[in-house]
Design a protein around this ligand. Structure first.
Ligand code: SF4
Ligand code: SF4
Length: 393
């Protein structure tokens, strides 16, 4: 393969008929390709070998507490919004053994866990999801303690982004300044165009690794009309967001409303089921569990996703700090939209809408924030346009 300079191909056109060659160019370089697949009534991430594995001709309908797959009238490969799975399951696994121990005489021997270093290529990553990965990068790699498990999976990651051509019913990335147009953090970014009987992709090159993949497959230079088509697609998507969130001074709004009666109302509906935290691409909390076999010969310690909605999560010598559902919901939403900003310098929410779609009772944080703002005595409307540091850069 001949490597080419990034400057030589900034944008290109890839025909649908060459899409398998594109996927093979990725897998041929030793990447484990993960992308969207139709599984168990949803579009979920999984191994992809060819375009046949992709959700061709499928879309989704999403609303608070509702998700349905639906047939499209065309053969789009990426004609859906985000599904229940986020990419975090690959970078921050739901269950991760840390070490195990085996009995040896009257003592035991600790066997260190070998660090898996999978070489993933993610296909179909949306703009909000790139921002979510950037948020998790801050959490796991940006502080004084670097998470070795995340780092080993993140280092060689190859990212093929896709500009959303349709907004989901619960999406609000436009409010969070995280989409729908992909702007950074990708190796290659695709926009799928189906126009005038033609099906093709406009490819934007983000890195040298992306340029090398592109150079190995048939493509043409993108024309102005192709770039205009990309702009049309993303502008149209931005106009059709299913939800919106006013982020002006949202941190201050939530900080001065810890005792707002709305927390009691939402707590009457919330089942404290943890779904919103499990599907969220930025939530990162874990617990540590020790397990032994029945004979007492073997033991192991594992790290497992946890949630601020469980009683155990805030259990400290004799009781949970957040014993009520009200305190747990308030903690979650205030962390996402306010305290996260103080902690990591960015919002903890990228507006993907998953917590709304996958909440069994349809609780919607945009609606909760709106309700609090509408009855806030020092409404942020008094200070329009100030202090927008609560949005993603
Ligand atoms: S809080 Fe909800 S909308 Fe925001 S990133 Fe998490 S799942 Fe997506
Ligand atoms: S807000 Fe919804 S998804 Fe989250 S814990 Fe409550 S009921 Fe479950």
């Amino acid at each position: 393969m001949v490597a080419i300079a990034v400057q030589a191909v900034q944008t290109a056109v890839l025909e649908r008929g060459d899409f398998d060659a594109f996927l093979h160019a990725i897998t041929g370089r030793g990447y484990q390709l993960i992308g969207p697949t139709v599984r168990e009534g949803a579009i979920a991430c999984g191994p992809v070998a060819s375009a046949n594995d992709l959700p061709e001709g499928w879309t989704d309908e999403q609303e608070g507490g509702k998700y349905r797959l639906k047939r499209r009238t065309d053969h789009a490969l990426f004609g859906y919004a985000v599904g229940p799975h986020s990419w975090k399951q690959y970078l921050h696994p739901p269950v991760q053994r840390l070490w195990r121990a085996e009995r040896e005489g009257s003592g035991f021997r600790v066997v260190a866990e070998e660090q898996a270093r999978p070489r993933y290529a993610f296909l179909g990553v949306r703009s909000c999801e790139l921002h979510a990965i950037a948020v998790q990068d801050k959490v796991f790699l940006g502080g004084p303690y670097v998470d070795a498990i995340y780092q080993a999976r993140r280092e060689d990651l190859f990212l093929v982004a896709v500009n959303c051509a349709e907004a989901g019913g619960t999406c609000f990335c436009a409010s969070m300044n995280t989409g729908p147009k992909v702007t950074a953090g990708y190796d290659l970014a695709l926009t799928e165009i189906l126009e005038n009987g033609r099906h093709y992709f406009v490819v934007e090159v983000g890195t040298q690794a992306g340029a090398e993949i592109l150079s190995a497959i048939p493509h043409q230079d993108a024309k102005d009309t192709d770039l205009q088509a990309v702009q049309r697609v993303t502008e149209e998507t931005a106009r059709h967001m299913g939800r919106s969130l006013d982020t002006v001074e949202i941190k201050e709004l939530l900080y001065r409303n810890y005792e707002h009666p709305r927390w009691d109302e939402v707590a009457r509906r919330c089942l404290s089921c943890t779904n919103c935290t499990m599907v969220c691409p930025t939530c990162f909390c874990t617990t540590v569990e020790d397990v032994t076999d029945l004979s007492g010969e073997k033991a192991e310690r594992a790290r497992r996703w946890d949630s601020c909605f469980t009683m155990d999560f805030s259990y400290i010598h004799g009781g949970s700090v957040r014993a009520s559902v009200k305190s747990r919901y308030r903690q979650w939403m205030t962390h996402k939209l306010a305290t996260w900003i103080d902690q990591f310098g960015t919002s903890g929410c990228v507006g993907c809408g998953r917590c709304i779609t996958w909440c069994p009772v349809g609780i919607d944080l945009t609606e909760e924030a709106r309700a609090i703002r509408s009855t806030d005595s020092a409404c942020a409307e008094n200070h329009p346009g100030e202090n927008r540091h609560d949005r993603h850069p």
